[in-house]
Design a protein around this ligand. Structure first.
Ligand code: FAD
Length: 417
């Protein structure tokens, strides 16, 4: 089968691909969305659901390599792990990452991450209100909890840095943190509150967005992996899938951590590695946390969602398996119990693993390909793919429609690598 037309093909139905579909449909375009598996299920559904415009410091920053090495000496609590492999793509990615862990990379990334984060946060609020999405969306900020003076001090320092860049931050001493978050255990000594952040139930949001995109007229094809391409005259002339070939005016590649594999047939070298993480979703506890939280020293995210409580953690570079590891799932729960008043027994509703599509400098890749001029890349959002999805969707729609994107995309182009 060949579908020929003015259609736009989106490869990947995660938070990024679905957001692109939404904004393209809103601008009056026709969309076909192809996903290798189930739309809205990939690496977005079981995540923490944090919408964090406060996250303006990229993953590749000074001190990260030293911290990662130190953490690995504490195998029971380490939030970080990495695969041992001699695969040249993996080694080249690691080298690029180590070289990017410097102050210049942080300075280069702050503005683009801030601009995209703010745009995206505004778009979330608008989508949820306009589409009347009932997805536990709450604008209560993101609260970091600390148990040690050293981590609290570092947290305040980071907060002050972000404040200088316009991020609203409040610091709470021991008395105040227990007033603001009564679910915190007595030995929590302070907190830092990023007040412009929000959270929601990502699986519910993605299901509602995918239903809306279908209702707006998108053709949605699940279990349809893209297997290759044909190219001619600097353009993609055919997208090949397991069920047939497609022609399209423009193609948006948003396949998350699997983007490099999809792009290989296009002779594009996209430096993305998977950074696997886990979540466990539990029955509600008597004293539910009232905020989305980060447990500072342990780097565990906590998300109170209507009627359930989710803990997420770990960042394991280089591993593509999406099997939750029961040992780490248990350790994540143990860490949560170090900070929060939780019932002795909580029912586990779901355990989950997902892959963060991670670039070596910690910034996404968004822009038109220089090699194939009807291809747009929208990928590499690492730990922020949900958070930055609606902003990415808007700027991709603007690019497709030949408009000036709302924010500058030049720092995010593939050719920076
Ligand atoms: C534990 C954990 C917690 C997280 N918490 C947060 C959070 O709180 N906030 C936040 O913003 N982000 C969070 N993230 C990150 C976020 O989940 C990712 O950044 C996001 O899922 C990336 O979105 P995406 O659309 O680019 O890719 P994905 O969600 O991976 O979607 C890509 C889609 O492409 C499809 N695909 C792959 N190959 C092909 C092919 N050949 N043909 C067709 N389709 C294909 C896949 O099936 C998939 O559906 C978290 C991640 C993890 C693991």
């Amino acid at each position: 089968m060949i579908t020929k037309s003015d259609i736009l093909i989106i490869i990947g139905g995660g938070p990024v691909g679905l957001s692109c579909a939404y904004y393209l449909l809103k601008s009056g375009r026709k969309v076909t969305l192809l996903d290798a598996k189930e739309i809205g299920k990939g690496s977005g559904s079981g995540n923490a659901g944090h919408i964090v415009p406060s996250h303006i410091i990229p993953l590749a920053a000074p001190g990260v390599v030293t911290s990662a090495l130190k953490w690995m000496l504490d195998p029971v609590h380490s939030p970080f792990g990495m695969k041992v492999s001699l695969d040249p793509n993996y080694l080249s990615w690691l080298l690029k990452f180590v070289l990017a862990c410097n102050e210049a990379n942080v300075q280069r990334s702050i503005k683009p991450l801030n601009d995209l984060g703010q745009l995206s946060a505004r778009n979330f609020a608008q989508i949820v209100a306009e589409e009347k999405f009932d997805c536990s969306y709450q604008e209560k900020g993101l609260l970091f909890l600390y148990k040690t003076e050293k981590a609290f001090h570092d947290g305040q320092h980071e907060g002050k840095f972000m404040q200088k860049h316009g991020i609203p931050v409040s610091v709470y001493d021991k008395a105040k943190i227990h007033e603001v978050e009564p679910a915190a255990l007595d030995d929590v000594i302070g907190g830092v509150h990023f007040k412009g952040d929000a959270h929601l139930n990502p699986a519910v949001f993605l299901k509602l967005l995918s239903d809306r995109v279908r209702a707006m007229g998108a053709e949605m094809l699940e279990n349809t992996p893209v297997t290759g391409f044909e190219t001619a005259n600097g353009k993609i002339s055919k997208v090949k899938t397991s069920t047939g070939d497609f022609e399209a005016e423009q193609i948006i590649l948003a396949a998350g951590a699997l983007t490099p594999a999809v792009a290989r047939d296009l002779k594009l070298n996209i430096p993305i590695q998977p950074a696997r993480g886990y979540s466990m979703t539990m029955s509600a506890t008597k004293q539910m946390p009232s905020h989305a939280l980060i447990l500072g020293e342990r780097r565990i995210a906590v998300s109170p969602l209507d009627g359930v409580l989710r803990f997420t953690g770990r960042l394991e570079v280089g591993n593509y398996s999406m099997e939750p590891n029961p040992v780490w799932i248990q350790r994540i729960e143990n860490s949560a119990r170090e900070y929060l008043r939780l019932d002795e027994k909580l029912d586990v509703k779901e355990t989950w693993a997902g892959l963060r599509p991670t670039t070596p400098d910690g910034m996404p890749i968004i822009g038109r390909s220089l090699k194939h001029n009807n291809l747009i890349l929208a990928t590499g959002h690492a730990m922020l793919g949900l958070s930055l999805g609606p902003g990415t969707g808007q700027v991709v729609a603007e690019l497709v429609n030949g408009q000036q994107p709302a924010i500058s995309l030049s720092p995010m182009r593939l050719e920076r690598f």
